[in-house]
Design a protein around this ligand. Structure first.
Ligand SMILES: C[S@@+](CC[C@H](N)C(=O)[O-])C[C@H]1O[C@@H](n2cnc3c(N)ncnc32)[C@H](O)[C@@H]1O
Length: 292
């Protein structure tokens, strides 16, 4: 999760003279737990992302749809997280659905929808194995969620599933975080933040050889300060050419790839690129003719 950075908000306090013994005892008493990505982070995800304007993101997606003259009545977000995008009022005119691979993130989305008195339309599913009986006009995957697909085979599966879930002429809009973003902004980056509920630290580094972006979270809730939860997130960062090659294997046409939240062409110099893919109106059926 290569979120935009927030300034370091906690100053390190030196320990009082003579408190070293106490410090060792406290340190020994700490309980450390390795947890699956988003299993604990889900509880504080909205705090971690409070700098993100989801309404503006929803407006941008609507702009991409109208730019490509796509009329959408239904949309599914296949990595919906805690549902902030889906629940944005900017999407009020659409039938919006959301699913995500993390049951804890989906639980947060369902709670949020209930608090907003919105019908809950969220479920748990892997992007690479997602299936739906109904068809949608638009499928989205946002905030570098596609970067979580580490293997090419997962990308192929995901593109296949999305294509199946779209109406003919429907579009798949997703964004990716770029190699430049990892190299320039998320290599050896440390962020610490806290509020009344939680203290968390995020350590980010980029493994150039494997092109893996690592984000390691250490999370402590104030009501249980001895417990530290660790989550290690791994994302594969691909060049735009690699992504285009994967798309070319599918029936999708690339309508555009855009720099950040603009309508300017994206490039490997962009930090984030939004892709807009369209399912053909009619499926091309390859037939073989045999001669007598
Ligand atoms: C950075 S968060 C973005 C969430 C949301 N799109 C947002 O903008 O807040 C990445 C999301 O991708 C989800 N995710 C990662 N791998 C996934 C997979 N294989 N299938 C479905 N969801 C996945 C995570 O559970 C997480 O909710």
């Amino acid at each position: 999760m290569e979120t935009g950075g927030k300034a370091e908000s906690t100053a390190r306090r030196p320990f009082d003279q003579g408190s070293a013994g106490l410090f060792i005892v406290l340190k020994l008493a700490k309980k450390e737990q390795e947890s699956a990505p988003y299993s604990i982070l889900a509880q504080i995800y909205d705090f971690v992302m409070d700098h993100v304007d989801y309404a503006a993101w929803a407006a941008y997606i609507a702009r991409l749809l109208s730019h490509h003259q796509v009329t959408a009545q239904s949309l599914v977000d296949i990595s919906c997280g805690t549902g902030s995008f889906c629940l944005s009022t900017a999407l009020n005119k659409l039938q919006v659905y959301g699913c995500d691979g993390s049951s804890e993130m989906v639980r947060q989305a369902i709670c949020k929808a209930a608090k907003k008195r919105r019908r809950s339309l969220f479920w748990c599913a892997d992007m690479a194995a997602f299936a739906s009986r109904r068809r949608f006009d638009c499928v989205v995957s946002l905030y570098d969620s596609m970067n979580y697909l580490l293997e090419e085979s997962q990308w192929r599966q995901c593109l296949l599933r999305v294509e199946e879930a779209l109406e003919p002429g429907g579009v798949f809009i997703f964004d990716v975080s770029t190699l430049r973003n990892s190299r320039d902004f998320f290599n050896r980056f440390v962020q610490k933040e806290q509020n009344q509920q939680v203290v968390y630290r995020r350590k980010s580094y980029f493994e150039e050889r494997q092109k893996i972006q690592h984000n390691e979270f250490a999370i402590t809730f104030r009501n249980n300060p001895q417990q530290i939860y660790h989550e290690h997130h791994r994302q594969r960062i691909r060049s735009l050419a690699e992504i285009e090659e994967l798309i070319e294997e599918t029936p999708f046409a690339i309508l555009g790839q855009y720099n950040g939240f603009s309508l300017q062409a994206g490039s490997d110099q962009s930090e984030r690129v939004h892709f807009v893919l369209q399912k053909p109106q009619e499926r091309t059926v390859k037939t073989s003719t045999s001669r007598a």
